[in-house]
Design a protein around this ligand. Structure first.
Ligand SMILES: Cc1cc2nc3c(=O)[nH]c(=O)nc-3n(C[C@H](O)[C@H](O)[C@H](O)COP(=O)(O)OP(=O)(O)OC[C@H]3O[C@@H](n4cnc5c(N)ncnc54)[C@H](O)[C@@H]3O)c2cc1C
Length: 390
């Protein structure tokens, strides 16, 4: 094939593609790295449609370690990503995550807490009385307590994406506006990609960072990934009663979550079993009015008067095997690397994933071994357990 040659081609320039490009270029700025992104406005990317939360509260050791690295990176991000004197502003706000626990969830919550604390993470067990004292608007009946991570928080996901992208470009990565129509592989080895609009690109290494479109892209190389796009909705609320001070990301045992947003607003969402699979970006105020609002008002009675300001829908790239990341080289196609299936927690995983993939591709020592997420487990049908916190 007549093609431009690169060392690494990254398909998809969202947070995963851009973080991977950055860590590759940081490791070796002589590399030729191309990031192919079909929509530089990122209008449907999960990265820009997410709730932008980062938490230490996972129940799998590696996911905890991944978030710990995200904290480290986010704290220094604005200084590290400076390009020609311009600092990204990422508004990292550590307002905490509070996971509420009922009797049914007590054991899993206690086990996760014990693991987090054994790793030195600052997560606390709060009694219902303590929750009520800190957040008097909450109705704590039916709860046995909650786990509070005071260092958890949220940030401006678009700014972090732009920060990685600008820095990767300043180090020499090339962004190409096009669609990867096909990953080309012969004799179980990758040789490049076919673009939809321009010439083909050739490389011994292709990284699939196509988010919710990952399975269809992988299929072009004959790889069957258990990753499906699932619509998730987020709602923005103006409540008549304003809480005193910011509310942490508060997660009910049912999975309903809400937190303070800038401008005195509340951001709310919930993953539901009937959320449709497919590329559907319409949001639906009826879902909020009929299902989520009554549930919210039962827990925060003061929120029975509010205005739904706006909403949006984005896609989780759900790994149907276990809801966890699929990371590394696909065992049956040499040179094809995957960073897929992050479900609802990929944003916070991008720093550790980008660094891991760069080290893997360049055969460097691993700063954090994430081989537990290797793609072999898909072929072996061995799911990882994350205690339902996907
Ligand atoms: C409502 C919602 C809330 C969320 N909340 C959180 C949260 O609080 N915390 C958290 O950590 N995570 C959260 N997530 C998950 C997180 O957003 C994703 O896991 C993460 O952004 C995935 O990044 P990505 O780069 O893999 O995918 P994306 O950001 O979707 O990027 C993929 C890119 O690939 C491009 N692309 C696809 N196919 C091709 C192709 N063939 N050729 C060229 N380009 C292509 C797309 O245009 C897109 O820009 C949330 C997601 C949603 C939808």
């Amino acid at each position: 094939m007549n093609a431009r040659f690169y060392d690494v081609i990254i398909a998809g320039g969202g947070i995963m593609g851009s973080a991977t490009a950055f860590y590759l270029m940081k490791a070796d700025d002589r590399l030729k790295v191309a990031v192919v992104e079909r929509d530089p406005t990122y209008s449907q990317a999960s990265t820009t449609l997410s709730a932008s939360n980062v938490r230490i509260q996972f129940s799998l050791k590696e996911n905890i370690q991944i978030s710990r690295y995200a904290f480290e990176v986010l704290e220094k991000f604005e200084d590290e990503m400076i390009v020609e004197g311009e600092k990204p502003r990422i508004y990292f706000r550590r307002e905490g995550n509070l996971f509420l626990v009922d009797e049914a969830g007590r054991r899993a919550a206690e086990e996760a807490l014990a693991l987090q604390q054994s790793l030195g993470c600052p997560v606390e067990w709060w009694s219902p009385a303590k929750i009520k004292q800190r957040y008097p608007l909450y109705a704590t009946g039916g709860l046995v307590g909650g786990t509070f991570g005071p260092r958890d928080g949220h940030f401006d996901a678009y700014a972090v994406l732009m920060g990685y992208k600008a820095k990767a470009r300043s180090l020499g990565a090339v962004y190409i506006k096009d669609e990867v129509g096909e990953i080309v592989a012969h004799s179980k080895r990758v040789s490049g990609v076919r673009l939809s609009a321009r010439e083909n690109l050739s490389a011994p290494c292709v990284v699939n960072c196509a988010g919710a479109w990952a399975a269809q892209l992988a299929a072009t190389a004959g790889v069957k990934l258990p990753v499906v796009p699932v619509k998730r909705q987020v709602f923005v609320l103006h409540t008549a009663v304003k809480p005193e001070g910011p509310l942490p990301l508060t997660v009910l045992p049912s999975g309903l979550y809400f937190r303070s947003e800038t401008g005195g607003l509340i951001l709310l969402g919930k993953s539901m079993a009937d959320d449709p699979v497919g590329y559907n970006f319409t949001w639906d105020d009826k879902r909020f009015m009929e299902i989520l609002w009554p549930e919210l008002a039962a827990f925060v009675p003061a929120f029975d008067r509010l205005k739904l300001v706006r909403g949006w829908a984005g896609l989780y790239a759900v790994n149907t095997l276990d809801g966890n990341a699929i990371l590394g080289e696909w065992p049956e196609v040499k040179g094809l690397y995957l960073a897929n299936g992050f479900s609802g927690h990929g944003l916070q995983q991008a720093p550790a994933v980008g660094r891991f993939l760069a080290e893997l591709i360049l055969e460097r020592p691993l700063s954090l071994d994430l081989s537990i997420f290797r793609p072999e487990r898909i072929l072996e049908n061995r799911p990882l357990s994350e205690g339902g916190l996907v």
